[in-house]
Design a protein around this ligand. Structure first.
Ligand code: RIB
Length: 298
């Protein structure tokens, strides 16, 4: 079984659930405020650990209580936190999240220390990996760091999975080094210019990304499941319907599930099914890391 090395952000999420997400300039009264650990990198590290992955997490936090708390919670999840760095000048990341009655969310991130995580911060030992190991990244850290890790990890034969969130256009040389990419519909449109809202358009966008040399393109499509494009495969992978309470971190749990299944040697179709099941459980619960399921629940 391979290891999973997650390199990405950690935030503290400030969440309010309300009937609906306010329009610009509008105030709505919501429910009770709650604070819980988040950040796409940390969410994926925690979700992978709970699904039995052997996880190392590299992130950058500030010298503050939020950073201390994030690190100690990650340790409690059994994650290797030796490579977590502290930034003396910037605060730990924060996210302001509104969730509506259908579980849809709206997020603004103040990345703080996350955006100073540079290639120089990453210890060489992190790259002491094998072909079985999986690197997992997102886009809440500088793109130059993502490019550096992807190049170094793929040169060693390790698999690199990118969850391209928040959405951003990406250079061809980065895409061609990826074992897998997991955009949602909006991110797939940003990457390809093709609006994605059904299996047909998802297939077109997935083909375009696949033609750039990505081995496995998986477009997550909420309640419909995920579209998978791989060598000899082009199909929807449906998911059992659930009642969504909060979709925050569903993409994180999906990507973590995919990484765990791949680290265990499962084939790509099996891995997407596994990831779908993990994500479906997570949307039935409030919060980011708080919603990530344990292996026994699958
Ligand atoms: O993917 C959900 C995450 O996005 C939240 O936990 C928030 O911190 C932002 O990073």
């Amino acid at each position: 079984m391979g290891r999973i090395i997650v390199i990405g952000s950690s935030n503290t999420d400030m969440v309010v659930k309300a009937k609906r997400i306010p329009s610009p300039g509008e105030t709505v009264l919501g429910g009770t405020f709650f604070m819980n650990p988040g950040g796409k990198g940390a969410n994926q590290a925690v979700a992978a650990a709970r699904l039995n992955g052997n996880v190392t997490f590299v992130t950058k936090v500030g010298y503050d209580l939020f950073g201390e708390r994030s690190k100690s919670l990650l340790e409690k999840e059994g994650i290797d936190t030796r490579f977590i760095i502290k930034d003396p000048e910037n605060p730990s990341g924060i996210a302001l999240i509104s969730v509506d009655e259908n579980g849809e969310n709206c997020i603004v991130v103040a990345p703080g220390a996350n955006m100073t995580l540079s290639a120089y911060d990453i210890d060489d030992e992190v790259f002491n990996t094998t072909k079985e190991d999986v690197f997992l990244m997102q886009l809440e850290i500088p793109l130059s760091t993502v490019e550096f890790v992807a190049e170094k990890a793929s040169a060693r034969g390790s698999k690199v999975i990118l969850n391209p969130a928040p959405a951003k256009q990406l250079p061809g040389y980065l895409l061609s080094s990826l074992f897998a990419i997991t955009p949602n519909e909006v991110e797939a449109e940003t990457l390809t210019g093709i609006p994605v809202d059904d299996p047909l358009t998802a297939g077109k966008a997935a083909d375009k990304l696949f033609s750039k040399g990505i081995k496995n393109v998986i477009i997550t499509m909420g309640a419909a499941g995920a579209f998978l494009r791989s060598e000899g495969i082009s199909q929807m992978v449906p998911v059992v319907p659930v009642k969504a309470v909060d979709t925050t971190a569903a993409g994180d749990v999906f990507t973590a599930g995919l990484a765990v299944a791949i680290s265990e040697g499962k084939d790509i179709l099996e891995a997407v099914n596994f990831a779908n099941r993990a994500a479906a459980i997570s949307v039935t619960r409030l919060g980011a890391q708080a919603s990530a399921p344990y292996r026994k629940e699958l």
